[in-house]
Design a binder for this molecule. Sequence first.
Ligand code: MG
Length: 335
Amino acid sequence: MSHKVLLDYGSGGRASHRLIRDLFLKHLHSPGLSRLDDAALIQDLSGPLAMSTDTFTIYPLFFPGGDIGSLAVHGTVNDVAMLGAVPKYLSCAFLLEEGLEMHELEKIVRSMALAANNCGVQVITGDTKVVPRGAADRIFINTTGIGRVIADPAPSGSSAEPGDAVLISGTMGDHGLAVLAHRQGMDFETAIISDSRPLNDLTVQLIREVGQIHVFRDPTRGGLATTLNEIALQSALEIIILEDRIPVSQEVQAGCSFLGLDPLYMANEGKFICILPEILADKALKVMRSHTAGKDAALIGHVQEGHRGRVVLRTSLGGQRLLDMLEGEQLPRIC
Ligand code: MG
């Protein structure tokens, strides 16, 4: 193979087949993918299923704590997990720019394989397109995930109830700030690392050991503030959040202050919000804190009747302010 991606590799002809065999199949082998049919055959999924798709355009491709490959796996696996499902299969489509270094592509595919393995999912179908130089920025990846829903009923942003507790699985803003700092070549004293990681192991454990999960939602783009607003709107309830309960690492706090950014609006790629009856909050926190994905979990607020669709932040000084939804794009190409 050439050391750069050529237009021929997306042709569907012999060059494409070489790329599939020598790169994609080499790393992402699974019984489904190896069949090389037009579609993957799924024989072992039944019952309510969750399916999610996401396209990843992150810049830079490699960042502290991950790369576009691992992110493309974690992002979709986590969205399927948020529906109370066990993610099982992924599809994976690559949009490549002519001239992309083959060793970078291989590094990304290897990282996807490792991430898929860690999440317990298999890539069973895929696609590759190559566009001429300048028509895309090196590589974009789309992944679609599917899994069986084991929570009954499935958690939903519209299922929060008055009196519910609002839990968060860990520190806020790590991914957004890590990517931004890396992009701008900023040197903070301590490296800030993306929190990109799978969440399905912990969400499944919560469903099995605690149950009655009303809402799971991962606060990715737009951060905690935007995601809580979505939930408040979907459930037509008010959410009250206590500022000093929200875990934010010292490094992220310092970096955000320096850049004039709010960690509550920064993207996360390895955290989730869990809303459930208050009486189960302690049990859920215990399960979360004993898992690496939830070691900094905290109870940050509650749901109540009141102004529908509103999120109120009670500050450490005793005041309160409305926590609005992010208006536009704070950081383009964050995922
Ligand atoms: Mg999500």
